[in-house]
Design a protein around this ligand. Structure first.
Ligand SMILES: [Zn+2]
Length: 243
């Protein structure tokens, strides 16, 4: 009877962290594709498969990935290819249509894509607005320099207990325990602050003068137009400094 090969704990730890990254990346891709059923990443098709006899507009930079499949006749079963499409097959399995060097199309399960390729696909989805980049920020000042106290397995670094309470979260800019908030939620809060800010505060931040407008609604409308031209970080800085 053959004995199963025991992996060194060092490798188990690496694999554990890689598995966490892969699971998160695959879940992110699945959520994006679930909304549209089909996302074209080479041709700009959405919701339906592309057809070679009716090739549409192309994206400038499609993700290139390495996939692994033992049935490939390549060295080690690895193959580099361009991702043409992400879709769920009839068994609801997430697949990508890949286009190889020789121009052939083939559909591979997402699990066959190597980790760096998964990250490249997620990056592409973010760049094209299919996935939101929605980091945690400090609720009090909007900083990204926030930490969470967690317990990890000392060998594998697998997270055993996540932070739950305010006392387990910390902002390096506030130098205090704080609540964390998703960037999208913080921006909604800031928008509510903007909508109720007094006219003199809006005049100060926009440089516009209320007396130049027929009424306050028009003045506020002009200030809002200016506000929407600001970057996310600028909006957060203005809001934070106004307190
Ligand atoms: Zn803070």
């Amino acid at each position: 009877m053959s004995k199963a090969k025991q992996q060194p704990i060092l490798i188990v730890g690496f694999q554990c962290r890689l598995d966490t990254i892969r699971e998160e990346a695959v879940a992110t891709i699945m959520n994006a594709v679930a909304e549209h059923k089909v996302i074209g990443t080479f041709y700009q098709n959405l919701g339906e498969h592309y057809r070679l006899d009716n090739e549409g507009k192309e994206y400038d930079s499609s993700p290139a990935v390495v996939t692994h499949n033992d049935s490939f006749g390549t060295y080690g079963g690895y193959k580099a290819a361009t991702v043409y499409e992400l879709f769920f097959d009839k068994q609801s399995r997430l697949r990508c249509t890949l286009n190889g060097e020789a121009g052939e199309d083939f559909d591979e399960p997402i699990e066959h894509i190597q980790t760096e390729g998964l990250l490249r696909i997620v990056e592409w989805l973010v760049e094209h607005g299919f996935v939101a980049d929605d980091p945690w920020r400090c609720e009090a000042c909007g900083s990204l320099a926030v930490q969470a106290k967690i317990w990890v397995d000392a060998n594998t670094h697998k997270i055993m207990t996540s932070a739950q309470n305010r006392s387990e979260h910390y902002c390096s800019d506030c130098c205090a325990n704080v609540y964390l908030i998703r960037q999208s939620e913080l921006l909604r809060n800031i928008r509510r602050w903007f909508d109720t800010a007094p006219a003199h505060a809006l005049a100060y931040l926009s440089g516009y003068r209320p007396e130049d407008y027929a009424d306050e609604t028009l003045f506020r409308g002009a200030c809002l137009e200016y506000w929407e031209t600001l970057s996310i970080n600028k909006k957060i800085t203005v809001w934070d400094e106004s307190k």
